[in-house]
Design a binder for this molecule. Structure first.
Ligand SMILES: C[S@@+](CC[C@H](N)C(=O)[O-])C[C@H]1O[C@@H](n2cnc3c(N)ncnc32)[C@H](O)[C@@H]1O
Length: 356
């Protein structure tokens, strides 16, 4: 028998499409209300991301990674949205089988099937739902039928819990949280002193001034990050500037620079001495590059919004250039574990495991 779902099955409130219902009078727990409303919107944001991810996967075209889609400016509740997308993908084969076996998906709901999957995940395996719209009402209406279908699946496959239906292939070893100390502003020793009060932190054994923290450590809002004293940069990304090993005083071109993590890493390795010309073709990304440069405190970087291919190599101002860092595709974005590709249907053909 599958374990009982965590939500307690509140009667769904009436709501318009895409809009949560008004707050119920008499409720005292304002923060809980806010959390429920945030969850309502996170389900919609997760459904939009899921649609793009699944379409990209089905068409075998390189769409945006889950992370890049979630971290786009249009997504407000990034943390909850990311968790919902990943969890829904993990349970997707089971959810599809449950919905198919109960035969409740009319053409109306098929048009919004990603929202149905996300909401079904949230109601069957996730949190208690109180703030609801039409899709929540639809899932709540059929919740008992879905639970029975889950029980039948477990019985048929001779497993005790729904989690036992999940493929072992769908889990990968979580990666540590890497961060790079910006030596233009601080030292590894100072950062370790601050972080060790709250986290387990060690120095990386390969990349200088890289620190390693446990997987899942969230430092996005930590003052060290917001002040530009550390950059949340992956290990592979940091190896590039280290491999180039620019010396203080060199003149270097970063040809494809935005968002600028490697540019400012170059500046740190050069101890802020010499000069870096950072080219970025895309206008919006050039603004991000400028922001990264400002945050790093480097004052030897000239940003250029333009095509590095149009640089006139005969121009005497480039005569002194000692090295070019060329990173047209991100060192991390092509790695399947970074992109969480293992969660996609095309990577998990045997997502439901059937014991012999
Ligand atoms: C993978 S990203 C670079 C990441 C960056 N090195 C970092 O570590 O933060 C590639 C960037 O190159 C830019 N780009 C592509 N072709 C370019 C060109 N011909 N000239 C300048 N920038 C270009 C893209 O707009 C994109 O922002």
């Amino acid at each position: 028998m599958p374990p009982p779902p965590k939500n307690r099955g509140h009667a769904p409130a009436k709501a318009g499409k895409g809009r949560p219902p008004p707050q119920q009078p008499g409720r005292r727990m304002a923060s809980r209300d806010a959390g429920e409303r945030a969850a309502f919107f996170a389900r919609r944001e997760a459904a939009t991301v899921l649609r793009r991810v699944l379409r990209g996967d089905a068409s075998k075209r390189a769409g945006g990674s889950i992370k890049s889609l979630v971290y786009s400016p249009s997504v407000r509740n990034k943390r909850a949205t990311f968790a919902l997308v990943c969890q829904t993908l993990k349970y997707l084969t089971i959810l599809k089988e449950v919905l198919a076996s109960t035969g409740v998906l009319s053409s109306k709901w098929k048009k919004q099937e990603e929202l149905v999957y996300v909401t079904a995940y949230d109601i069957l395996f996730g949190q208690e739902i109180a703030v609801s719209g039409p899709v929540e009402q639809f899932i709540m209406l059929h919740k008992d039928a879905f639970r029975m279908a889950l029980e039948k699946m477990c019985a048929k496959r001779k497993v005790n819990a729904v989690e036992d239906l999940l493929s072992k292939k769908s889990t990968v070893k979580p990666k540590p949280r890497f961060l790079r100390v910006n030596t233009l502003k601080t030292t590894s020793g100072s950062v370790i002193e601050v972080l060790k009060k709250t986290h387990k932190v060690v120095k990386d054994d390969i990349v200088p001034d890289m620190l390693v923290l446990p997987p899942g450590t969230d430092l996005h809002k930590h003052p060290l990050v917001t002040d530009g004293k550390v950059f949340l940069q992956g290990k592979a990304s940091c190896m590039v500037a280290v491999a180039l090993s620019p010396k203080p005083g060199w003149k270097v071109i970063d040809a494809c620079a935005a968002p600028g993590n490697k540019t400012v890493h170059l500046a740190a390795l050069m101890n802020g001495e010499g000069s870096i010309i950072a080219c970025e073709l895309n206008k919006e990304r050039a603004k991000t590059l400028q922001h990264t440069v400002r945050k790093s405190g480097a004052n030897n970087i000239e940003t250029v919004n333009g095509d590095f291919l149009e640089i006139d190599s005969n121009d005497p101002s480039y005569a002194e250039v000692r090295a070019i860092l060329l990173d047209p595709s991100c060192s991390g974005s092509g790695i399947s574990t970074e992109r969480l590709d293992h969660l996609l249907p095309s990577h998990s053909t045997a997502c439901v495991c059937i014991p012999h």
